[in-house]
Design a protein around this ligand. Structure first.
Ligand SMILES: [Zn+2]
Length: 137
């Protein structure tokens, strides 16, 4: 922990499981089998040994994963909706995103940008402006 980090800089993210749902009797065109899945812990994606995952299917869920990892408002559709259509238009498989458990992370372990100081000064913003000035002037 850097000397500028407060003692408690912990935040939590949900671990996610993304599982392929294959309706019985439907032809699957994206190379998936029912139950194929990956898990996401922080920024790390894990596949079971020997199992693949379509890059097109991954592309369909990727924009949603960072939001799904975070606590969202109960009325937000991001809180309720979990199924994403396979991007292959003739494939009936779904990709189901499930929040599993929460995992704790230290702000100081994942970024060099300091936390916002209590009382109004935004050190992170100042640092960005300072870096921008160095780049442009
Ligand atoms: Zn599919």
């Amino acid at each position: 922990m850097s000397r500028n980090q407060p003692a408690n800089d912990i935040f939590e993210l949900y671990d996610l499981r993304v599982e392929v749902i294959c309706p019985p009797g439907e032809r699957i065109l994206c190379g998936a089998k029912a139950g194929d899945h990956f898990t996401l812990e922080g920024e790390m994606l894990h596949l079971p040994p020997g199992q693949g995952f379509s890059i097109y299917s991954l592309d369909a869920v990727l924009p949603l994963l960072a939001a799904k990892q975070r606590e969202t408002h109960l009325n937000d559709w991001m809180s309720t909706d979990a199924d994403v259509a396979c991007p292959e238009p003739h494939c009936k498989s779904l990709l189901r995103i499930t929040r599993t458990e929460k995992r704790s992370f230290s702000h100081g372990a994942v970024t060099v940008v300091p936390l916002q100081a209590v009382g109004g000064s935004v050190h992170g913003t100042e640092q960005l402006v300072e870096r921008k000035d160095k780049l442009h002037g």
